[in-house]
Design a protein around this ligand. Sequence first.
Ligand code: ADP
Ligand code: MG
Ligand code: MG
Length: 254
Amino acid sequence: MSTLEIKDLHASVTTEDGPKEILRGVNLTIRAGETHAIMGPNGSGKSTLAYAIAGHPKYEVTSGQVLLDGEDVLGMTVDERARAGLFLAMQYPVEVPGVSMANFLRSAATAVRGEAPKLRTWVKEVKNAMNDLDIDQEFADRSVNEGFSGGEKKRHEVLQLGLLNPKIAVLDETDSGLDVDALRVVSEGVNRYRESGENGVLLITHYTRILNHITPDHVHVFANGRVVESGGPELADELERDGYQRFTKAATPA
Ligand code: ADP
Ligand code: MG
Ligand code: MG
């Protein structure tokens, strides 16, 4: 059973005018079987948190730690993070022209499992996973994310999630750009992944609507680069009702 610990994480983004501090001391612990939602206004640093955990070169961690079962995630290469059981789905997934979905998924599974999946069972596995997510079979031949609609990108993310079965998944704005039907299908995919009770999820979102489908155990309000309040699912209801104003006012630096 796994635990992801984020300890007093500070990170800066590289801009034309030099580094700008975005994360100002993030503390969070996600244990196997738990789903945590991070909610916050636009620009509060939610995606920066995801990028910092993912090791995106534009985001520099200036202090603090990210540990997966006590192992230093920030010292790992991107591949090592995946092999360690961490899955990071970004708000703006990259396009990989010339690499088909089928090949991409098989390489990813090979990297994570440490050996190539047997071709015959793999084809079946992918087919079933695509069916579950209402993804057309011809999708397998298309280049990764190239020309995908917002909804298709999100389905692709959740397809990976199901096939790779990571210990901990960080999902950034998995609900953005989804219509009602796609939101349901994608949420069901995330819930299937949670079913074993052994996986942890960090669900980053601006809106509460996805939380009607994926019930979090813990909700954290994010403002000005840190967690400013934590609670249960009822905290999301309060945000739905009252918005973020109470938190953004309190979190504005003097
Ligand atoms: P959120 O995901 O909560 O909307 P972000 O992490 O995307 O917030 O952004 C936090 C802050 O960092 C914003 O002020 C944003 O403009 C800034 N920022 C993020 N990425 C970059 C970047 N690549 N270049 C310049 N500024 C950035
Ligand atoms: Mg944003
Ligand atoms: Mg964002």
